[in-house]
Design a protein around this ligand. Sequence first.
Ligand code: 5GP
Length: 176
Amino acid sequence: MSQYDQGLTVMLTAEQIHRKVVELGQQITRDYAGKDLVCIGVLKGCFPFLADLVREIELPLRVDFLGVSSYGDRTKSSGVVRFTSDLSKPVEGLDVLIVEDIVDTGLTMRYLLSNLKTRGPRSLAICTLLHKPDRTMIEVELDYIGFTIPDRFVIGYGLDYAEIYRNLPFIGVLGS
Ligand code: 5GP
């Protein structure tokens, strides 16, 4: 561990994440064969997961991004979701897979689903790396889940605390 990593406790190692991403990529490859897949990453937290996941999907696919902000710099959800950037292309008639870093209360996902449904995709599904079921406020059907985790505020592999730690190759918690 470097000096930078001190004060962090590892919850999921880079190796565990890699194995899960390969597994998810294989499932998605099977499920989306013959379809018009577009993977929509939810910024900013999705970027390492999306980059790793699409390289494990052995199909022609498109990638696009939505920017959403719900947390500010705090560790508690404000419940207020706002778009910070929109898709670059329409998704009408396409098989949309939302790629998210974490589903916590479900508020962000509810907002995204209702917004994307109005754009006429052929299908709409969700792939999240992490799920914190203890915090659910809105039940949303999650089609692909990497890991179910306890109610801890996690950082790394795209997830931040006050915009820092996104570059950690593992997922951890601050403190012990
Ligand atoms: P939800 O709307 O489901 O409560 O929260 C979704 C968003 O909140 C995630 O995309 C993420 O940005 C943020 N979030 C929720 N839990 C955590 C966490 O444990 N760590 C970090 N860094 N962000 C979280």
